[in-house]
Design a protein around this ligand. Structure first.
Ligand SMILES: NC(=O)c1ccc[n+]([C@@H]2O[C@H](COP(=O)([O-])OP(=O)(O)OC[C@H]3O[C@@H](n4cnc5c(N)ncnc54)[C@H](O)[C@@H]3O)[C@@H](O)[C@H]2O)c1
Length: 425
């Protein structure tokens, strides 16, 4: 459907970008067969008829497919950005023009605009919230208690959002069901690991065009995102150093063949630093002081808090943009530190986020989690809920089918064996 002058409320950069967005959304769709099957079923069954839905996501070509699938299912959906730097303006324009989905998102929006968009989304009085980082849910709880009665539930995309939801539950303020999309196997095994791994390096390369082979790359955090990032950095020929605070993850990194050091020791050795911990001030003043001249630092964790940019700014004699998404901080010693993407998710700031093939599974989880909430309206306890195992398995099965890979099935003898305890040595 193409409408050239939509009367929808929206805040996007430029509706004239819609045709470019349309092309790029179509391209991404080639790698999203699972979500397409779900969309086709939603279009028949209309599970979201009468449902007001807010999606707070990175506004990318892949998110466009999620929004289109939800709308096909009958949802009255509003889309806002989950990060001020991650919006693809052409995609936002196409969603408004071609799909009549109200979008409030502009790349580079300031924090005030970002927060205003969260308020606009809540003005929609959602029955379902798809959140990425938990900003919408946190605002609902803090400022719009009266709207909680309208809410069937929420779904959460990312590790940081799950950490926040757990804290809300502990504080007794999470009084509605929240689907833990991040912890579905078909989400974090692939999105966090292979998606972040590839797209983080993609963002760094697009921002800097530096050669990674032979560089010392310090990856802070060896969780799912860190594992993928370290693996891909090594694949490009870097010497990878991992920093951790969890002794088990640290052993895992050692046995995967990486050097493991505290940040204080890694700081003078690194040429490039990537934080993916979900934690605060992992790189801070004392680390900047000992870095090599020209060391590059960036973040791929959810919030822009992992690098203590405030203290770097306070130290710097001069800050200048040297390339798009690349700023040089000149220190009084004469050395400089290069910061990418203002310390925000570099894969979304300087590149296009995860490849569509992994988001196919993440967003299949999101779409099915929303359907699950609607089907189980009023039956789910408040708090976090896992994606049902059969849904996770079904997404994996559909993905394998779509990429033409067959696997074995258990024989009756194997089923009997795996269910019994009597046969041993
Ligand atoms: N860039 C993206 O597109 C993208 C995608 C998925 C998740 N994320 C975000 O990336 C972050 C990490 O996600 P994850 O799924 O890998 O989480 P995770 O919990 O699997 O891993 C985080 C790791 O960081 C370690 N850590 C914590 N504090 C540390 C510190 N001070 N120094 C060193 N290590 C520390 C933890 O021990 C843990 O092993 C989260 O903020 C998540 O929301 C980003």
């Amino acid at each position: 459907m193409t409408a050239t002058s939509p009367r929808l409320k929206h805040e996007v950069k430029d509706l004239a970008l819609a045709s470019l967005g349309r092309q790029r959304i179509e391209w991404a769709g080639r790698e999203m067969p699972v979500l397409k099957q779900i969309r086709d079923r939603f279009a028949q069954e209309k599970p979201f008829a009468g449902i007001r839905l807010v999606a707070c996501c990175h506004v990318t070509t892949e998110t466009a497919h999620l929004a289109i699938a939800l709308k096909a299912g009958g949802a009255d959906a509003v889309l806002i950005a989950s990060n001020p730097l991650s919006t693809q303006d052409d995609v936002a324009a196409s969603l408004v023009v071609d799909h009549e989905i109200p979008v409030f998102a502009q790349k580079g929006e300031d924090n005030e605009t970002y927060n205003r968009h969260v308020q606009i989304a809540l003005d929609h009085r959602p029955n379902i919230i798809i959140d990425d980082g938990s900003d919408v849910v946190a605002t609902l709880i803090q400022e719009r208690q009266d709207q909680i009665a309208d809410l069937i539930g929420t779904t959460e995309e990312t590790t940081t959002g799950i950490v926040r939801l757990r804290a809300m539950f502990k504080d007794g303020v999470l009084t509605f069901p929240a689907m833990n999309v991040n912890d579905a196997d078909t989400k974090h095994f692939f999105d966090n690991r292979y998606g972040t791994g590839q797209s983080t390096l993609d963002g760094i390369i697009r921002a800097t065009n530096v050669l990674l082979a032979g560089k010392n790359i310090v990856v802070a955090g060896y969780g799912w995102c860190g594992k993928g990032t370290a693996l891909r950095a090594r694949g490009l020929g870097a010497n990878v150093i991992v920093t951790e605070i969890d002794p088990i993850k640290a052993i895992e990194a050692v046995m995967d063949g990486f050097r493991v050091l505290p940040m204080a020791e890694a700081a003078p050795q690194g040429d490039l630093f990537i934080t993916v911990t979900g934690n605060k001030h992992v790189i801070r003043a004392e680390h900047f002081d000992v870095m090599k001249d020209g060391a590059i630092v960036c973040n791929s964790g959810h919030f822009d808090i992992e690098i203590d940019l405030k203290s770097l700014k306070a130290k710097a004699k001069e800050v200048k943009q040297v390339r798009p998404f690349t700023e040089e901080y000149r220190l009084p010693s004469g050395k400089s530190v290069i910061v990418l993407g203002e310390g925000r998710l570099i894969n979304l700031a300087a590149a296009e986020g995860h490849p569509s093939a992994v988001m196919d599974m993440s967003f299949a989880n999101q779409a099915l989690a929303c359907e699950y909430l609607v089907k189980n309206k009023g039956k789910l306890e408040p708090g976090l809920h896992s994606i049902p195992t059969d849904v996770d398995q079904e997404i994996a099965r559909l993905k394998l089918q779509a990429i033409g890979i067959n696997i074995d099935t258990l024989t009756p003898e194997q089923i009997e064996y795996t269910n019994s305890w009597t046969s041993g040595t």
